[in-house]
Design a protein around this ligand. Structure first.
Ligand code: ATP
Ligand code: ZN
Length: 285
């Protein structure tokens, strides 16, 4: 049987998490990571380990049928490919940063300035859209030290917590894009492989859904049940079971990570007690 070839980063910030999501989807890999290629023992899949920058091109050329890469890298290549799924990990942003002491008033600040970056294409597009003429200085790696050593007036780089900027005397002033790992598909994928891709995608989505949701159990006084249920969507609707103690019920539901703290706050306000929150292993719609 044909195998689906998926390119992932060989070693770096995406590697581990790319392997994690694949194995969480129930796909066992033989001879693990750090090789050039590994196979699966229980799914028609082959992993190609590459530098992240090369992944979009390999996918475009059909050498790989799919690839996992940061959106930032994908956008920078300018290659047009379909994003099959956003994978929710390796979140970061691409931002412009200037020395802490600089009095920044808006993007016009960058007029006539020298900006160091590893993302010249994304930056060029941004500057052009605003009619700002600046000098782009391309460097690969350690962009954050460029202003300190007098190489540039500003930088355009990946930011996650922002601590790297702070420790280099910089402040983030404009966010240009958000990024996360994405699954790219090759336009050249053969018909018989699209079946495998569909199966893989289904599995990945169950993993993502499970990661984004929590199972929640709580005790509710019966006279507050209606209110409590109204804020708990569940997959269809919450489960309500009577407790042995009269006047109380146990409510089970699924809550999305994004609404989680807000929902918990409301539940307590409405009199819910003994709230348990449990991770979900897989979630199938
Ligand atoms: P390669 O050797 O494959 O070219 P690299 O050095 O270019 O690797 P990494 O530093 O491993 O790349 O980062 C890979 C991707 O991880 C980035 O392009 C970005 O999408 C994401 N990323 C980078 N920094 C962070 C961070 N601090 N937090 C979360 N994600 C990040
Ligand atoms: Zn890279």
């Amino acid at each position: 049987m044909e195998k689906l070839k998926i390119a992932i980063q060989k070693s770096g910030r995406l590697s581990e998490k790319s392997l994690d999501i694949i194995t969480e989807a129930g796909i066992n890999l033989i001879n693990g990571s750090r090789k050039l290629i590994s196979q699966s023992s229980n799914f028609p899949l082959e992993i190609l380990y590459l530098r992240d920058d090369d992944i979009p091109q390999y996918v475009a050329d059909g050498v790989a049928d799919a690839g996992i890469v940061g959106e930032n890298v994908f956008m920078e290549t300018g290659i047009e490919l379909e994003i099959l799924e956003r994978l929710g990990f390796s979140r970061c942003r691409l931002s412009l940063a200037v020395p802490k002491s600089g009095n920044y008033s808006g993007p016009d600040y960058f007029s006539g300035k020298k900006i160091a970056t590893s993302y010249p294409n994304i930056l060029k597009t941004y500057l052009q859209k605003r009619g700002i003429k600046a000098e782009i200085h391309v460097i690969n790696g350690s962009v954050e030290i460029a202003t300190g050593i007098g190489l540039a007036d500003a930088i355009f780089d990946i930011v996650s917590s922002g601590s790297t900027l702070i420790s280099n005397g910089l402040k983030e002033v404009e966010k240009i894009m958000d990024s996360e790992a994405v699954l790219l598909a090759s336009p050249l994928m053969e018909k018989n492989k699209t079946v495998i891709m569909t199966d893989l995608l289904f599995r990945l989505r169950t993993v993502l859904a499970a990661r984004n949701n929590k199972y929640i159990l709580l005790n509710a006084p019966d006279d507050k049940l209606e209110q409590i249920i109204s804020i708990l969507p569940g997959m269809k609707s919450p489960t309500v079971l009577p407790l042995a103690l009269k006047g109380w019920s146990s409510v089970h539901s699924v809550v999305n990570e994004n609404d989680f703290w807000q929902v918990i706050g409301k539940l307590r306000e409405y009199g819910a007690e003994g709230i348990l929150v449990i991770p979900i292993e897989k979630m199938i719609f």
